[in-house]
Design a protein around this ligand. Structure first.
Ligand SMILES: N[C@@H](CCC[C@H](N)C(=O)O)C(=O)O
Length: 292
């Protein structure tokens, strides 16, 4: 039975914040309602995502990692959370391995603890096939840019409808990336983020990335996340934006992604079978008990 007080750890990865629960013994009944309560910034602990540590289904892996957005929906992947997950299981002495194999709804990822508060993760491959994002590209104007396509999507930007060229990618979870020539306003991120997150062309909704390339090695990125709104950083968003930029021939194979909450490094060799590597911070903020 779920206890009336649930111990949790508050963590963040570049300002993307999490409530992390150890449910290895299965004593907590994880429901969408519980997640929403914990993630609430006024009545709960407050978090962009709630992360759950569970035993693996396959004995060749170390853990299962479940991810819930603040709106209570369970989702496939979370990059900043993956680094915090590795920091958490080591800190809590749930493993003695620095490199672990972790099951997610999107497949197995491999975080490696590099040093205190710093983790590198093999995030698996990126997928640009629109059907697998999923994104309905039917009837849209399409252009090939390097190794990936872009699609022209009419988007209400607040003042008028603009035909924006967008890239789409899956890191296990869905992303749309806008490549902008200048930094964007808060109002633009809120308006376009809200519109695209629930756009009918994305049947599972989508995370919306606003990428501003500084040079071949560096970009600024803001992400309006599915189920959480704009966050201070999004790890899979950084992987999606960087790999789109690399595939389009605009970026080198190692990119520094600067977010409002911190900086991540993304590496990808451009081969569709190769994994995407992400490196960055993973920090414990405090321990608490949540009263039900
Ligand atoms: N913050 C995350 C992504 C969390 C899930 C995402 N909002 C989704 O719905 O797919 C990250 O660091 O990747």
């Amino acid at each position: 039975m779920t206890p009336s007080r649930i111990p949790f750890t508050k963590m963040h990865g570049a300002g993307n914040d999490f409530v992390v629960l150890n449910n290895l013994d299965g004593h907590i009944a994880i429901t969408s309602e519980l997640v929403k309560k914990m993630a609430d910034r006024h009545f709960g602990a407050g978090a962009d995502q709630v992360l759950i540590v569970e035993p693996p289904e396959n004995a060749s892996n170390h853990f299962k990692y479940r991810i819930f957005n603040a709106d209570g929906q369970e989702v496939q992947q979370c990059g900043n959370g993956a680094r915090c997950f590795a920091q958490f299981v080591l800190e809590k002495k749930l493993t003695s391995h620095r490199a672990i194999r972790v099951e997610t709804l999107a497949g197995v990822i491999e975080p490696e603890w590099i040093e205190q508060n710093w983790v590198r993760v093999n995030m698996g491959p990126v997928v640009f096939d629109p059907a697998r994002v999923p994104f309905n590209a039917e009837g849209l104007q399409k252009r090939e840019l390097g190794k990936a396509a872009q699609y022209q999507l009419p988007v209400d930007t607040g003042n008028h409808t603009e035909n924006l060229w967008v890239s789409v990618a899956s890191m296990g979870n869905p992303h749309v990336v806008l490549n902008l020539s200048s930094p964007v306003s808060d109002a633009f991120v809120q308006h376009v983020g809200t519109t695209l997150e629930s756009h009918p062309r994305f049947p599972e909704r989508v995370n919306v990335g606003f990428m501003h390339i500084i040079d071949r090695n560096r970009m600024n990125l803001r992400v309006f996340e599915r189920g959480a709104g704009e966050t201070l950083a999004c790890g899979t968003g950084a992987c999606a934006a960087a790999t789109c930029g690399i595939a389009h021939g605009l970026l080198s194979n190692r990119v520094t992604v600067v977010k409002r909450g911190g900086t991540l490094t993304i590496e990808w060799d451009g081969d569709s079978n190769s994994p995407v590597w992400m490196e960055g911070p993973a920090v414990t903020v405090y321990e608490g008990e949540f009263y039900l």
